[in-house]
Design a protein around this ligand. Structure first.
Ligand code: IMP
Length: 179
């Protein structure tokens, strides 16, 4: 299939990971998760917006009974430190005693997941693991154990399949990288 470059605002992007390769990797991760969480009634927490397409395809392939929910992360200046802390918004489900799987679009520096994990652990889950569509191992700045990465990529900026550039490009069915 031919994939011409796409233009989003001021940048051009070229094909990087075609849909069939994405879906194949998603199937493999889903099979591992289904095996590991059999009988555990996992609670999948999808981080919006970027993970919506990954979550949809992943969940269709998960064959063990599970719950699926959606959260957002808000960003605010922490006055105590200079860093930014992203707080969970929209989590209605009881996490205590549950086997939680965070569903993310991409782990880049790891700041987001590193900030999210302690907030979830504070709620007393039975376990917390991370499923991510993409991981950029060269950019990772935290010692995180990401148990379910679908695809590892180089340190390139990518769009498509849920990922955006300034809010655009999420609808592309393939993943593109900046030229
Ligand atoms: P981290 O906190 O540095 O791991 O970055 C995580 C967030 O940054 C992701 O959830 C994305 O929203 C965004 N992000 C990082 N790299 C990319 C990229 O290549 N394309 C689009 N969004 C990205």
């Amino acid at each position: 299939m031919h994939h011409p470059p796409v233009t989003i605002q001021d940048k051009q992007f070229s094909i990087y990971i075609p849909e069939r390769k994405i879906l194949h990797s998603v199937e493999i991760v889903a099979a591992r998760i289904s095996h590991d969480f059999r009988g555990k009634d996992p609670l999948f927490l999808t981080v919006l917006n970027g993970a919506f397409m990954f979550a949809s395809d992943l969940m269709k392939e998960v064959s063990t009974p599970c719950e699926i929910s959606f959260i957002r992360l808000s960003s605010y200046e922490d006055m105590q430190s200079t860093g930014k802390v992203k707080e969970i918004i929209g989590l209605k489900e009881e996490v205590k005693g549950r086997h939680v799987v965070i569903v993310e679009d991409i782990v880049d520096t790891g700041h987001t997941i590193a900030g999210l994990l302690p907030q979830l652990h504070a709620k007393g889950p039975a376990s917390v693991e991370v499923a991510t569509l993409l991981i950029k191992p060269e950019s990772l700045q935290h010692n995180l154990s990401i148990k379910y990465p679908a695809l590892s990529i180089a340190n390139d900026f990518v769009v498509g399949y849920g990922l955006d550039y300034n809010g655009f490009g999420r609808n592309l069915r393939d993943i593109y990288k900046v030229m």
